[in-house]
Design a protein around this ligand. Structure first.
Ligand SMILES: Nc1nc2c(ncn2[C@@H]2O[C@H](COP(=O)(O)OP(=O)(O)OP(=O)(O)O)[C@@H](O)[C@H]2O)c(=O)[nH]1
Ligand SMILES: [Mg+2]
Length: 380
């Protein structure tokens, strides 16, 4: 079989009603594979359908064959078969025997570099918001911009055209943080002295008993990570070990990890026990994280802080649930971010970020060769 052809299973591993195997190949290669392995239910019809077309028939494998529906797509065909592992394996084996590269359960990235960067991001997106933005990038923003840039020469372009491309690239740079949001969850670190209720707050926010909360200080020893969505953005919420002069090695290591995490987290949440007087440790935390969201917990108990609790602190009780919704609202406000105009080309992933940076340099230096080289790389 000449020409490259690849097959990948699109449906999750295991049992299901239907499994889908996508076969990608150039049209002629595809024709030979399908001719060899497929018998249409209605003989005499063309072996390949139009894009969007369906054909029902038998897939000839090493057993009795499988009932399949072939759904023709732009670069190949999707083979839909019974959803057990055995039919999938038999079809993959027959494809491999015909020279097709197969990767059961594993996705092989096809297409040019710019697509190979956007496709996994889209596939792995966990919220609608991220998926919608990535889809616009994949289907509109990037293909349209690349079409324009392929016909653009930074050395000979008219000034109007140059400044249009320049502002396009500047806009991409301005929205780099937004682009990062589409592939990386926001990290929120929960810090505070032992026993103030960090783990209880984690459970209250998540709505289930994710972590052990206990009246013994030093209950949480390691970082405990949980995922959820906040205002449509994926969030990684990290419960940490209570910060204090450690008593044992394990707890000390937990504290080191908590401090390190706080340095890199997008947002720090400081939790205090408002039912007992502030300690020097509390004050040190307030001074160390001036931009943190402050939470005064145990609001169901008599308040010991009074005026000492900063005015912007959110009062909550993890025991009664009071104030937890208000805290979620404050968090949502803090993670709000300016949205780029729809057509903005976003730097999703390392390769696209690098390419946008290089294009801007090539434009500024009116370097046509470099401009073309970047575009050729993106198209490879
Ligand atoms: N009355 C009251 N008790 C609470 C509240 N929140 C937590 N607690 C109690 O405070 C104790 C400590 O809670 P944890 O959530 O384990 O505290 P932590 O900050 O995670 O503690 P470490 O993991 O040891 O650092 C437990 O006995 C909880 O039941 C609250 O809002 N009101
Ligand atoms: Mg804890």
């Amino acid at each position: 079989m000449t020409g490259r052809s690849r097959a990948q299973v699109l449906t999750p591993p295991g049992r299901g009603a239907i499994a889908v195997i996508r076969l990608e190949a150039a049209r002629e290669v595809l024709r030979r594979i399908v001719e060899n392995a497929f018998t249409p239910a209605r003989p005499g019809t063309a072996i390949l359908g139009e894009v969007g077309g369906l054909k029902y028939g038998r897939w000839i494998d090493d057993g009795t064959g499988e009932d399949v529906v072939l759904a023709f797509v732009a670069n190949g065909v999707e083979i839909q078969c019974h959803g057990g592992p055995a039919p999938v394996e038999r079809i993959l084996n027959s494809l491999a025997a015909l020279g097709v590269e197969t990767a059961p359960g594993e996705v092989i990235e096809c297409g040019p570099l710019w697509q190979r960067e956007l496709d996994p991001a889209l596939r792995e997106s966990v919220t609608w918001k991220c998926a919608e933005w990535l889809l616009v990038q994949r289907e509109q923003a990037w293909p349209l911009a690349l079409d324009q840039w392929r016909n653009f020469d930074p050395a000979s372009a008219q000034e109007v055209e140059r400044s249009r491309v320049q502002s396009q690239l500047e806009r991409s740079r301005a929205f780099r943080t937004f682009a990062e949001r589409l592939t990386r969850p926001l990290q929120i670190a929960v810090l505070g002295r032992p026993n103030v209720g960090k783990s209880s707050l984690t459970n209250a926010i998540l709505g289930y008993e994710r972590v052990i909360a206990h009246d013994q200080p030093g209950t949480t020893r390691d970082l405990v990570r949980s995922r959820f969505a906040l205002a449509g953005w994926p969030v990684e919420w990290v419960d940490t070990a209570g910060l204090r002069e450690a008593v044992g090695d394990i707890e000390r290591e937990g504290i080191v990890r908590a401090r390190k995490l706080a340095e890199s987290a997008d947002l720090v949440l400081l939790v205090f026990d408002a039912s007992i007087l502030p300690t020097p440790d509390d004050e040190a935390l307030l001074a160390a994280f001036p931009h943190a969201i402050r939470v005064g917990n145990k609001a169901d108990l008599p308040d010991a802080w009074g005026e000492q609790l900063p005015g912007d602190a959110v009062r909550v009780s993890c025991r009664t649930g009071e104030g937890v919704d208000g805290l979620l609202e404050s968090l949502a406000e803090r993670v709000a971010i300016e949205m780029p105009p729809d057509a903005t080309v976003l730097a999703v992933g390392a390769e696209l970020t690098r390419a946008l940076h290089e294009l801007e340099t090539a434009l500024n230096q009116r370097d046509s060769a470099r401009w073309r080289a970047v575009l050729e790389r993106l198209d490879r």
